[in-house]
Design a binder for this molecule. Sequence first.
Ligand SMILES: Cc1cc2nc3c(=O)[nH]c(=O)nc-3n(C[C@H](O)[C@H](O)[C@H](O)COP(=O)(O)O)c2cc1C
Length: 181
Amino acid sequence: MNSAAPTENTTPNTTDVPVQQFRQAMRELAGAVSIITVGDEYNRTGFVATSVSSFSAEPPRIILCISLTSSSWAVLSKTHRFGVNFMREGEDAIASRFTGFGGIKGEARYEGAEWIGLPTGTQVLKDALASIDCTLEESLERHDHAIVIGKVESIRICDQGSPLLWFKSKFYSMGGPVVTT
Ligand SMILES: Cc1cc2nc3c(=O)[nH]c(=O)nc-3n(C[C@H](O)[C@H](O)[C@H](O)COP(=O)(O)O)c2cc1C
């Protein structure tokens, strides 16, 4: 049973939810960290994302959300290709570079890690838990983001290790499995 009492910060049932309150609520949602790579070895950028999810298994499809003002959307919307790299614990330094915090841009985000260029041109992180090479099947622009559906073209799995997580604006590692009684 959960003994934590909810804090008194409720909103009336209205569409005008304050953005700040929305952000505060979303800080309570833990997410697995991925790096999305776009472009090729000559012109590449990318970003950290927690919006990645499996969309369909048959056929294999990935879904994610991407900011329309990001450097990655400028490239992805033209090349129609991207890589999804599931990050492992201990890879927070390279993930940080892909947040763009501190003004690190484009090619400089790739420094400090080993990358593999796939035949499609997509760059994937050598030590990711798994990497998925996608082509853009469909995108839907809504508000300040696009919902992107990726057709899975190839997969690379090196499943030794645990995922890197994001919670309350910080990187976390996983404590271990919960034993359900
Ligand atoms: C933990 C975390 C998760 C994020 N998830 C997403 C996401 O799912 N989609 C997105 O567009 N940006 C996301 N961002 C923001 C991007 O990583 C990044 O700040 C932005 O794309 C950089 O834009 P730029 O390439 O124009 O500098 C996330 C940032 C953090 C720190």
